[in-house]
Design a protein. Structure first.
Length: 666
């Protein structure tokens, strides 16, 4: 191969020169839409790459003797920032993106080779093919909104007028009356556009919102005149006009349909109207607190998020046609919203550069952050793994990982006016500091997560986290010891000392009197120590004079740290026969009643009381002449019965609510 030199121009042209003959070999025009700013040849290979501000990189190979070089591979994106993005399909592998360059693209999350462009919208496709896309003078304005449905992507049952085109995407262009139609399967724009006959001579009319039904056969279009129409995507025929003479008196902000094609929803001003899908008649409406600017529906649960002009969001139940939640916290116009796949979260973006995550079940804010540029569109993947966002003046699409999919994270509620943390969006190339961060070797902080308190509320009954063997069989320790006792006593071989003491006689015998005396002395010492009783942290906690909740719980917290046998020993030593006193028994009953009434660690308190009654029933029968003793026992009985009654009432209430919801007709 001769020595070649490649040059590039500001017009996007390439020129290949032969250095041996000093002549031009070939020239390629319009290889990039804008000027070529980067040119790199690969060493020892007939390959070179070019880059341009049109957001594309192209790799060329010089194996074509006629044309000099041919395109080997390329990677490109939008030439202008995206305006609308949506996940396409149920698997969440592709993102549909519309940009200010009037182009509709599909980006794959699996492999770059699976990404493709559906083309650039043009009023005259035939002329654009003749003159070239880069020289097309009939390019349509940018896409400001689109809707897609993948259910009919595979084909139509009958072809119809436009059935071969397999249309399943509709798009609104800025200031254009017609709605363009696209085919994802064919990766191109369809030959027809949607426009009602009433607007044939009206140049000021333009669509403001669009939606595709769940079946993929129809699209619903709302206009700035207040009209709402339904078209058939298979034949491009107008089917229904909603409202007489029109659906709203002002510009339609949003349209949508339900999961069964029974109702159509439209919003304009402060009105959200519900229409019969087939007849087009009004079946219901509701008023919002302010003018509606956008609406996002979740068909599976029949709920909708309505963004208002006062920067608040209202959650509407489409079945009962009522507002169930209201969220406020954004400081500027809400640009887009997205539901999580399980409809637990609502993610909203605003022009104040903030993105907030709302929990619908608890009606609380669970996360918020702020970016340097406002988010113009966002979408949640159907699998719940990613949140994709497009930002003003940024050519790329940013993916955010949902951490709750990969590790357990407890989300706590935040105040609605919480100041969000500012996050820097990643760039296309890392800086030197990002390649070699100073804290690269430092360990990442471990999120300990949320720790539940011992008691959520005073009126609730809580259980401890101790295993069952620590409290369940405390009153059956004697049976457990009897069951675990070996059938035959273990025979331990005697260890003979170096000098064996013997008793003189005709038949020498070992002298064991010293061993028996030592054993008897040890047993007597243990018995005396047991009768004396001694002091322990548990006994000291019982003798306290304080009446605070902490002092009441202290003895039982100490018992919870002991083993079952130790707990039995501590409670057994409260008896006067074992070194305790009647005062200690009364103190235990008094604190037990207070601990059970407190509501914490119910199973522990009642297990300790059961063991106490079993061990000291005889002593209590002899001391019942004491009025204070009888009063303490009566108070303890009332406390236990009150707790049992409270549990029964709560269970009955829960069962009745579940039974009602099971049989109610929704």
């Amino acid at each position: 191969m001769p020595d070649l030199m490649i040059t590039a121009s500001q017009l996007g042209h390439l020129a290949i020169w032969n250095l041996d003959t000093e002549r031009l070999v070939t020239q390629k025009e319009n290889v990039h839409a804008l000027s070529i700013t980067g040119l790199k040849c690969f060493p020892f290979q007939p390959i070179f790459a070019t880059s341009s501000p049109d957001n594309s990189i192209r790799v060329w190979i010089m194996d074509d003797e006629v044309n000099g070089a041919r395109l080997l591979m390329f990677k490109e994106g939008h030439q202008a920032p995206p305006t609308r993005i949506r996940f396409y399909g149920d698997e969440g592998n592709n993102i549909l993106s519309a940009g200010n360059d009037s182009c509709l693209r599909s980006f794959s999350l699996e492999a770059e080779l699976l990404s493709f462009s559906l083309g650039k919208a043009s009023f005259n496709r035939k002329l654009a093919k003749k003159t070239g896309v880069s020289r097309d003078q009939s390019v349509m304005p940018p896409i400001v909104e689109f809707a897609a449905e993948s259910v009919r992507e595979g084909g139509w049952e009958s072809e119809g007028v436009h059935g071969k085109e397999k249309a399943n995407i509709v798009a609104i262009h800025s200031g254009v009356r017609q709605v363009s139609v696209w085919s994802y399967g064919r990766r191109t724009k369809c030959s027809f556009r949607l426009l009602h006959e009433r607007f044939a001579k009206h140049t000021t009319v333009h669509p403001t919102s669009v939606a595709v039904t769940v079946c993929g056969n129809f699209c619903i279009i709302g206009y700035n005149t207040g009209h709402v129409d339904r078209f058939n995507l298979q034949s491009a025929i107008h089917r229904t006009a909603y409202g007489e003479p029109k659906a709203h008196l002002t510009s339609v902000a949003a349209v949508a349909s339900d999961s069964l094609n029974e109702q159509v929803f439209s919003a304009a001003g402060t009105d959200v109207n519900f229409w019969n899908f087939k007849s087009g008649k009004l079946v219901g409406s509701l008023k919002t607190a302010s003018a509606v600017t956008a609406m996002q529906t979740f068909r599976d649960n029949s709920i909708a998020a309505v963004a208002l002009n006062d920067c608040s969001i209202e959650i509407v139940d489409m079945d009962i046609r009522r507002i169930t939640r209201t969220f406020s916290g954004h400081k500027d116009t809400i640009t887009d919203m997205a539901f999580s796949p399980d409809s637990r979260w609502l993610v909203s973006a605003s022009r104040d550069c903030s993105i907030r995550v709302w929990d619908l079940s608890s009606a609380s804010l669970v996360d918020c952050f702020q970016t340097l540029s406002p988010c113009v569109s966002l979408t949640f993947s159907p699998t719940g793994e990613y949140l994709a966002s497009a930002h003003q003046h940024d050519l790329g699409i940013f993916l955010w990982t949902n951490k709750t999919v990969y590790c357990p994270i407890t989300l706590t509620s935040m105040p609605f006016d919480a100041v969000p943390e500012v996050l820097t969006l990643p760039g296309t190339a890392p800086t030197g500091e990002e390649l070699f961060p100073a804290d690269a070797d430092e360990e990442m902080p471990i999120d300990a997560g949320y720790t539940s308190p011992d008691q959520l509320a005073q009126h609730l009954l809580t259980l401890s986290l101790l295993p069952e063997y620590r409290w369940k069989h405390l009153a059956k320790q004697d049976l457990i010891r009897e069951r675990n006792k070996p059938k035959e006593a273990l025979k331990v071989p005697e260890k003979a000392p170096f000098f064996l003491p013997t008793i003189p006689g005709l038949e020498p015998k070992f002298d064991t009197s010293a061993k028996d005396a030592a054993g008897n002395a040890s047993t007597s010492v243990k018995s005396v120590a047991r009768l004396i009783g001694g002091s322990s942290p548990f006994r000291e906690a019982l003798e306290t004079r304080e009446v605070t909740p902490e002092a009441v719980r202290r003895p039982f917290e100490l018992l919870a740290t002991l083993s079952p046998s130790q707990i039995e020993s501590e409670i057994r030593l409260l008896s006067p026969d074992a070194g305790g006193s009647v005062a200690a028994m009364k103190a235990f009953l008094r604190l037990a009643a207070g601990a059970i009434a407190d509501g914490r660690h119910q199973e522990l308190g009642q297990s300790y009381v059961e063991l106490f009654l079993k061990l000291h029933i005889a002593a209590m029968e002899s001391e019942l002449v004491d009025e204070e003793f009888a009063e303490l026992l009566g108070r303890l009985r009332q406390t236990v019965e009150g707790v049992a009654r409270r549990v029964e009432d709560l269970l009955d209430e829960s069962l009745n609510v579940v039974l009602f919801l099971k049989h109610v007709a929704l």
